[in-house]
Design a binder for this molecule. Sequence first.
Ligand code: UD1
Ligand code: CA
Length: 460
Amino acid sequence: MEKSVVAVILAAGQGTRMKSAIPKVLHPLAGTPMVEYPVALAKELGCDPTVLVVGHQASDVEKALDGRGVLFARQSEQLGTGHALLCAEEALRGVSGTLLLLCGDVPLLETETMERLLAYHRTQKANVTVLTAHRDDPHGYGRIVRDGEQVLRIVEEKDASPKEKSIHEINTGIYAMEIPWAFDALRSVGRDNAQGEYYLTDIVSVARNAGHGVSALSVSSEAETMGINDRVQLATAAALMRQRINDALMRSGVSLVDPKTTYIDAQVRIGQDTLVYPGVYLRGKTCIGNRCILEPGAMVTDCEIGDGVHIKAGSVLQESRVGDHTDVGPMAHLRPGTDLAGHNKIGNFVETKKAIIGTGSKASHLTYIGDAEVGSEVNIGCGTITCNYDGVNKHKTVIEDGVFVGSDTQFVAPVRIGRNSLIGAGSTITKDVPPDALALSRAEQKIIEGWVLRKGKKKK
Ligand code: UD1
Ligand code: CA
């Protein structure tokens, strides 16, 4: 029988160097809090359970990860990484098998690397296997002290001798270890060191001294194991993550004109032959179909976009659905609750909100459609406004199929416009209009002949 594999993710530290009111592990990377990456990794590796050790602003972290299927262990005082792992012991009582130790601030680690670590740990029959890396500048990391091939111990930067500081092989902070052995081993670790902390790294020398197997696996990619301690590293990691996301999209058939300046969140999905110009932001759970075009400066958040949609420059779309073969923009604003059935045109300087718009309907210029239900094949003229707010309540405008709305019309809601009716330009519509009618509300035009000449106002 396969022994069980569990994960513990350390995320109790404050992250002082972020200089932030929000906990470090909740800072987003490509639109997702960084701690979600190791959580997803543990899930992909089949770890059951996954225990997240939380402490600093624990309830915020717990709330952010609610429903992700992880167990929480609290570390009320941050006494070091060794102490942090011991805090997970209770949640793992009775479990025997391999524990993968991940860090909440190491988000770029890949599944394949962890699979290699686990396989190596098993073939070495080690009690603890540490994932190491070589850094040109190892400053700040724990160093791997070896005697030939053998790993002797890990020494922290602050405790290292000048000779040890010159070692370029570093501790990534990621391990595979056997439990319950690891918990017993950690109990014999003291805090007699430069930081007065219980170091998880000391488990290596404890194992070595007791004659238990210690092994180390080195990864070549520097990026994958980078830890995030400040916002400079956060930006570096975000750029690497962006490249990963964009490369995957391009390989799946999406064209990015300039991937370096295209900002796509981790959860976004895009169909084949869609073309994305520079300076586009695709955020949240946005899903985009095939053969779309997204022009520069488009910002799309949590939207569902169909096939053959053209989003022109400078348009902002939020929590909206856009049906197939629709044109949006340039400079249109689709606010939450916009639902376009397809073959629509929402042109420049048009704003929509909670607007359900049927197939083939168009609002091409300078218009506000809010709290409205618009049927199919409706033509909304330039400068049309739904007056949905009376200062206290919001009211609804209903425009049925086939209506033609002349330019500069105001609909004072609540109001219903019957199918195939026609609204004369410049009207203020305050009452319901029956089907097939003409509605017009304008002051009659007056002509006073020769008025300008009599007043002597005409320029010579
Ligand atoms: C740790 C390692 C170091 C390694 C480096 C890799 C130790 C003693 N040192 O150092 O060898 O090179 O990671 O990035 O383990 N945490 C808790 N509770 C605590 C302390 C830390 O949950 O009491 C968590 C932090 O939130 C973080 C992780 O453990 O996610 C690492 O802690 P951090 O303080 O960043 O350790 P480093 O000094 O970077
Ligand atoms: Ca760190």
